[in-house]
Design a protein around this ligand. Structure first.
Ligand code: G6Q
Length: 543
């Protein structure tokens, strides 16, 4: 049944107009203890969701909706390895990758845990060898530059987490990431790199992705030019499910790290895809990251829906998107090390829930995944927050902040105290704004009053954690993964396929073959003119 046909959805629809009018000022004055009431803890994450426009009845009805949509049943099916990715007939078992219990997890009658543990052990051995200088390049030198070549799910997770955990990383080793087909990306990564000291990690689930294979071939060429063909085995390793293609590329099968088709690309950070991260931060920190993921996996699996943080976050998102008319969500980490988190979550959310047909192929007649975006605070405050505060759109925000800083450059913790003051001030300003009378009371000239009014009533969540550690990072990522999952279940869509990226790939292949063609009649007029113009500008125009 479509969610819109369910009773809780219809009840929520009838409540929504009231809450579109209702202000957070009113809600806080009628229930002054909202802050004490509307919060949750999961692992080390404290979530304050009081600054959203809802009351107990809305909350209860949202929870009814979750139950009626089968969130609990589908969650249990995911953890149990059932093939919930129906369009690809695959299980969705990224949670098994970080399972810290002794329990087996069976897929088609086979326990997946021994293979997961074996690959993790292979990764640990290899990471230690690289970090400790035992792994030598073809000329006997130790590795100083590691370049991960991958894209999408084989890039964004490792990049985000390597940046996030830079404080914990081995500084003598440079870990770089190349994803774009644009040759400048690889060229810049190779700039100044010494072939004898460079290790390439080719990260590709399928080992067929054009961007990755093109970059890998150019990297191979660069290395072979300098050190000869025999050097490839000491300078290339692979992370893939396609071990045959890895061998064909010339990578020693002993240096291939496997994973499985039940690990979706955007959920693959804790699979072999995390090798570059493990090399950067070391095995103990990587293990701590896995334990962090597991803490929130267990919370999601066992906590009653009322106290289940991913479920609550998902439901607030649904309320804002489907009932209050929000079209986007901003992720605003007040932590410089999390500067790639918005980009990472953008893929996690938008590739998972950017769908317009239900699992059984029906066109939806309600909004699904919102546009997700963001930048770290306080930089965003000096850039786009203007629109969040005074623009015409409703933009729910997630503020993410840590009580302790990893760095204290002035010795007095002033930077961090100011950072904290800013994050709490922003959610306060967004929620409560500043009325015309309050502006006038500051002695502002009447003509300027409308410009200085803040309507407020902008919803936000604040996620407060003690300190950025591998564990808290794992907890945060798992929280968002499961939030996205719950929303997908309620919208009735398959969050685990990504057919929407296919058409562009096929057309690019065709255009690539006709880039220099003179006869462009096969294309629409706009594309044909663009191609001709590009040919002219590139100096290839046939006479
Ligand atoms: C993620 C997607 C996608 C994928 C890339 C790279 O969920 O499936 O982003 O990760 O297209 O694919 P390969 O790892 O197969 O190169």
């Amino acid at each position: 049944m479509k969610p819109t046909h369910m009773q809780p959805w219809q009840q929520l629809q009838s409540m929504a107009p009231h809450f579109r009018e209702m202000s957070l000022r009113q809600l806080f004055s009628s229930t002054p203890n909202r802050g004490e009431t509307y919060h949750l803890t999961a692992g080390e994450i404290y979530l304050d969701y009081a600054k959203n426009r809802f009351d107990n009845t809305v909350l209860k009805t949202l929870l009814d909706l979750a139950r009626e949509c089968g969130v609990e049943k589908t969650r249990d099916a995911m953890f149990a390895g059932q093939k919930i990715n129906t369009t690809e007939n695959r299980a969705v078992l990224h949670t098994a990758l970080r399972n810290q219990s002794e329990n087996s997890i069976e897929l088609d009658g086979i326990d997946v845990m021994p293979a997961i543990r074996a690959v993790l052990e292979q990764m640990r051995t290899f990471s230690r060898a690289v970090r400790e200088g035992e792994w030598r390049g073809a000329t006997g030198k130790r590795i100083r530059t590691v370049i991960n070549i991958g894209i999408g799910g084989s890039d964004l997770g490792p990049v985000m987490a390597t940046e996030a955990l830079k404080w914990y990383s081995l500084r003598e080793l440079q870990v770089k990431f190349v994803s774009n087909i644009d040759g400048s990306h690889l060229a810049e990564a190779l700039h100044g790199a010494e072939p004898g000291e460079t290790l390439f990690i080719i990260a590709s689930k399928t080992f067929t992705t054009d961007e990755t294979m093109t970059n890998a071939a150019s990297a191979r060429h660069w290395l072979v030019e300098a050190l000869g063909e025999d050097a490839v085995a000491r300078h290339f390793v692979a992370l893939s499910t396609n071990l045959e293609a890895v061998a064909e590329f010339g990578i020693d099968p002993a240096n291939a790290f496997a994973f499985w088709d039940w690990v979706g690309g955007r959920y693959s950070l804790t699979s072999a895809i995390g090798l570059s991260l493990m090399i950067a931060i070391g095995t103990d920190n990587f293990d701590e990251l896995l334990r962090g993921f597991y803490t929130v996996d267990e919370h999601f699996r066992t906590a009653p829906l009322e106290q289940n943080m991913p479920v609550l976050l998902a439901l607030i998102g649904i309320w804002n998107t489907n009932f209050l008319g929000a079209e986007t969500e901003a992720i605003l980490p007040y932590e410089q090390y999390l500067h790639r988190l918005p980009a990472y979550l953008q893929q996690a959310s938008m590739e998972s829930n950017g769908k317009s047909v239900t699992k059984d192929g029906q066109r939806v007649d309600y909004m699904t995944g919102p546009v997700l975006w963001g930048e770290p605070g306080t930089n965003g405050q000096h850039a786009f927050y203007q629109l969040i505060h005074q623009g015409t759109r409703l933009i729910p925000c997630d503020f993410i902040v840590f009580a302790q800083s990893l760095n204290n450059p002035d010795g007095h913790n002033e930077h961090h105290r100011k950072l904290l003051a800013n994050v709490f001030a922003q959610s306060q300003a967004l929620a409560f704004g500043k009325t015309a009378d309050e502006v006038r009371a500051d002695g502002v000239a009447e003509t300027l009053v409308p410009h200085k009014v803040f309507e407020g009533n902008r919803p936000s969540n604040t996620l407060l954690l003690p300190k950025l550690t591998p564990s808290t990072l794992g907890q945060l990522i798992a929280l968002y993964e499961h939030k996205i999952f719950v929303q997908g279940v309620i919208w009735g869509i398959n969050s685990f396929d990504q057919w929407g990226v296919e058409l562009g790939k096929v057309l690019a292949k065709d255009i690539y073959e006709h880039l220099d063609a003179t006869d462009l009649l096969r294309y629409d007029s706009s594309t044909a003119v663009l191609l001709r113009k590009a040919q002219q500008l590139a100096g290839d125009q046939p006479t």
